[in-house]
Design a protein around this ligand. Structure first.
Ligand code: C5P
Length: 235
């Protein structure tokens, strides 16, 4: 089938069905807008399994996503959407860019979750944008933005207790949404240790891509540990 798009961590192909696409997860990890790059054998398979698992949990909780099914070690079928060029970040605990931007110590627990929007544009370095910027760029209407924020918080309400039950704190995560041909907004892209910060509740150990960004551990071993902690061996 036709290659449609190649991103940093995934390739997208058409299928025989007009409304269905095939995603292939790559072994490549990138950070800092692609400046740091490395290949880790097995990463694609782990992220495909983890993303599929998280999307299944969300679907079971009544959250519509683009996910249809995982079809092989590295591949899944998804519904075709047009991606809204926003990264929707939800934060429960201060870390990463929020800590740097506002000078608040990493690990500070937020009283209520924070939602942020970043404009998906590699040449601009994905800047943080306000609702006025988003309206100015005609990316989404105020009503759609409210929907995105509500939907992202709902994902947090499902995933936060799920990770807590497994001894893991969901610090923050990034979501992407897409529009189907009829305008319906669906959760799309991926949810994986590439796109979440996950800290071990007891030890504070990082179980996510920060081990690669910060050179503090083996990415493959970390993702495998996360997979096993979430019952991966029995899936
Ligand atoms: O870097 P920052 O602190 O803003 O990241 C917040 C969350 O969004 C983290 O979980 C990070 O993994 C995720 N993120 C992402 N892709 C980006 C930027 C951030 O998945 N381009």
């Amino acid at each position: 089938m036709q290659p449609l798009y190649e991103g940093k961590a995934k390739r997208l192909y058409t299928t025989q069905e007009q409304d269905v696409l095939r995603i292939v997860y790559k072994d490549e990890a990138t950070a800092f807008n692609g400046e740091k790059k490395e290949v880790f054998a097995g990463k694609g398979e782990l992220n495909n399994r983890l993303t599929s698992h998280f999307f299944e949990i969300l679907e079971q909780a009544g959250i519509p996503t683009h996910f249809i099914e995982r079809v092989s070690e590295r591949e899944q079928l998804v519904r075709r959407v047009t991606i809204i060029p926003l990264e929707v970040v939800v934060r429960n605990v201060v870390a990463g860019s929020l800590s740097k931007r506002l000078g608040i110590e990493e690990g500070t627990v937020l009283e209520t979750p924070i939602v942020e929007f970043y404009y998906k544009d590699d040449t601009l370095g994905d800047p943080l944008v306000t609702s006025s910027h988003i309206n100015l760029l005609k990316i989404a209407t105020s009503e759609e933005l409210k929907q995105l924020s509500d939907k992202a918080l709902r994902v947090n309400e499902v995933l936060q207790p799920y990770f807590r039950q497994n001894g893991i704190t969901l610090i923050d995560f990034k979501l992407e949404y897409g529009k189907m041909a009829d305008g319906t907004i669906l959760l799309a892209d991926e949810i994986s240790p590439d796109t979440c910060r996950l800290w071990d509740q007891a030890t504070g150990e990082h179980l996510d891509k920060d081990v690669f960004r910060r050179n503090i551990g083996s990415l493959t071993e970390t993702y495998q540990t996360l997979f096993n902690r979430l019952g991966g061996n029995t899936q």
